[in-house]
Design a protein around this ligand. Sequence first.
Ligand code: BMA
Length: 374
Amino acid sequence: MRARLLILFTLSTIWAYAQPALIDDEASKKTKNLYHFLNNVSSRQILFGHQDDFSYGVSWWDERGKSDVKEVTGKYPAVIGWDFGGLGDSRNLDSVSFLTIKKGVKYAYKLGAINTVSWHMKNPLTGDDAWSKVITVREILPGGSAHANYTSQLDLFAKTIRTFRSGLFGKIPIIFRPFHEHNGDWFWWSKEYCSEEEFIQLWRFTVDYLKNEKKLHNLIYAYSPDKSRFDIQELEKSYLYGYPGDEYVDVIGLDNYWDVGNKYNRNTDEEKKKQLTESILLISKIAKEKNKVAALTETGNPGLKQSNWCTEILLNPLKNAGEESSIAWMLLWRNADKGYFYVPYKGHDQEEDFKSFEQDDATLFLEDIVNPYK
Ligand code: BMA
């Protein structure tokens, strides 16, 4: 009997060690459960996510229960993206009120969906938007002239995250994806406006501050460089540029779009599809080596300019990555209006394709999963 117990104990200990662990050892039980859920799902299927799905669609605004994705497929996305750009104002950079975000996060959690927050953060030095092209990072690090401005942004962030509660005490787990696409040249935190070391310091300072000073223990931290502007060979060389270290990252992510107007835009669709498969394999491999979860943190082609986009351009390359692929979720960007959208809406000519995408065994929508927090 004792020997059997010992074996059981040993096996469960090995299992616990083999499972990736969050960087925050004080993370709440539900946050840890969510991370394990993501890890388990990633070896078999891919969760479907959509930015701002509960906030608006191409022809509606702020109506609880409505979703462009649900109107076409009959199901909600399993992952809902939100953005904190404009924090401190009443509405975010895309005019979604922060009250709507709070209510939406709670609603999503109640339904058993997963919330992820990106942050097109205003420049704490100048007050301009995230695209402001000014040397900033060194000024907001400790000792810099705008450090206090930066910490007050983080204070506000923490205050907002604390309102994401279910019941009096239940803190809703959030996948937090700060400083995305830092290897590009379009945001103030990108490669163009700070050194690699400064970026690493910024990331580490942020995580330490939120975890240790603000005592937030419901965050899963996602790192997400851009692939769109880089060829796969360049990505392989530079994916870890500015990587803040295994103690500071939970998710090995990637942003990859189809519409980008640079030299790689001349690649044929076949080449782009091949590169999507290769980049998925690349991040899956890095995640495996580091014992982390991998994800396609942003993707899409605005206006769906190729036919059967969801199945042929997105899903097939993901499936082609085969068993070595371990992507937990993919997140398509927002449906703002009929001129700018990423997901087929009711009446769009790729509705049927989106339905096939949903029905494919590889994809998981909200109704396909059971409580990821348990
Ligand atoms: C970009 C565009 C912008 C938007 C920003 C933040 O990719 O969609 O219109 O303001 O993301 O959501």
